[in-house]
Design a protein around this ligand. Structure first.
Ligand SMILES: [Fe+2]
Length: 353
């Protein structure tokens, strides 16, 4: 009888814990998901500049950064995604920094790219400063496009974006005023100062209210127009494009069976409506590949209509993962004289971290 009583108390306590956790998750989602309900892909108003995109003007305005191609004709990008830096229990920030230190030593990157959800914190500013200081200490140039969780709590995406100006190794810009979002900018890879390839970064925002439910947000028409404007201004220059949330075409690619890799997340969390960015890239013809994060347990790539669509290997120490999906990073090696590129995945198992 006594034992029965004890079991009931334990079961009741467990139920309370589960209920508490579920309520917290729902309340947190409702309070902290930022939606852009005032503007949508039909109603956004913007004005494309009359003059063509000029690389020099963009550089002067701080919206583009040139990096000279290394002499051996190979440009190495260390690509990481969804670190979810935060404080509190099981935050594991030291593990992320160890992973990166190992990656710097092993791969000697020319640039590190973070495709969003770098932060997942009530004090995103402190986490961002810590990360930026770490990159300064390691003398590593880095680029970053915002994910849905970066500006989720105390600080807005705008506040976070303005914070990176003081770090010389952070190649980051909010972007042109007429373009929606906070990380729409370009890194131009140059040869003797002349653009030969470009990396384009886009803010894929947070979430939006669709007709029936809230879902991942999309790339807005002003961003699509900006992309076309930049691509036209740069001329026939191959583009490699980075953003956080997968485009609907990633889902199409996976469902076609032509992708290689893993889909261990329950689904591909793409926007519920298609805002036409992929179609614009196909029509423009300069995009070699796109790279996204967001779904921590997906890691696949494949070609759709001539564009290589790639999802990242997440190192989501501060958020969900799975024991059969080792965290990691990738290198992308771009070549001065050919496209596409070489890609290599490094996991914590490979490096025994
Ligand atoms: Fe995300």
């Amino acid at each position: 009888m006594k034992n029965q009583h004890r079991t009931s108390i334990i079961v009741f306590a467990c139920l309370l814990l589960v209920l508490g956790f579920l309520s917290y998750s729902v309340i947190d989602r409702l309070l902290n998901t930022k939606t852009f309900e005032s503007v949508d892909r039909e109603t956004e108003v913007f004005q494309i500049p009359q003059h063509p995109y000029s690389e020099k003007e963009a550089e002067t305005a701080g919206n583009a950064f040139p990096l000279e191609y290394p002499e051996d004709g190979k440009f190495t990008i260390l690509w990481g995604t969804d670190f979810h830096l935060r404080r509190g229990p099981f935050a594991n920030r030291d593990k992320i920094y160890s992973l990166l230190e190992k990656a710097f030593a092993e791969t000697d990157p020319d640039l590190t790219v973070i495709t969003g959800d770098l932060l997942f914190s009530f004090n995103g500013k402190a986490m961002l400063s810590e990360f930026a200081a770490f990159m300064e200490k390691n003398k590593q140039y880095w680029a970053y496009c915002l994910g849905n969780h970066d500006g989720e709590y105390t600080y807005t995406r705008k506040q976070l974006a303005s914070q990176l100006a003081e770090y010389p190794h952070a190649l980051f810009s909010s972007g042109e005023d007429w373009v929606l979002g906070e990380s729409n900018y370009v890194i131009t890879l140059t040869e003797q100062g002349k653009p030969v390839q470009a990396l384009v970064f886009l803010d894929s925002h947070d979430a939006r209210a669709y007709a029936k439910r809230i879902g991942p947000d999309y790339i807005y028409p002003s961003q699509v127009a900006w992309y076309r404007w930049v691509s036209e201004g740069l001329g026939k220059v191959p583009l490699y494009t980075f953003f956080h949330i997968p485009l609907p075409e990633y889902k199409e690619l996976w469902e076609s069976g032509k992708a290689e890799g893993l889909q261990h997340d329950s689904k591909i969390n793409a926007p519920l409506e298609n805002s036409g960015f992929f179609e614009a890239m196909v029509e423009d013809g300069d995009t070699v590949a796109t790279f996204c994060g967001h779904d921590h347990l997906n890691d696949f790539s494949g070609n759709l209509e001539g564009i290589e669509l790639v999802t990242g290997r997440s190192a989501s120490y501060g958020s969900y993962g799975a024991s059969d999906f080792p965290k990691g990073v990738k290198t992308l090696t771009l070549y001065r004289n050919k496209t596409p590129f070489a890609m290599h995945t490094y996991t914590i198992d490979d490096w025994q971290l």
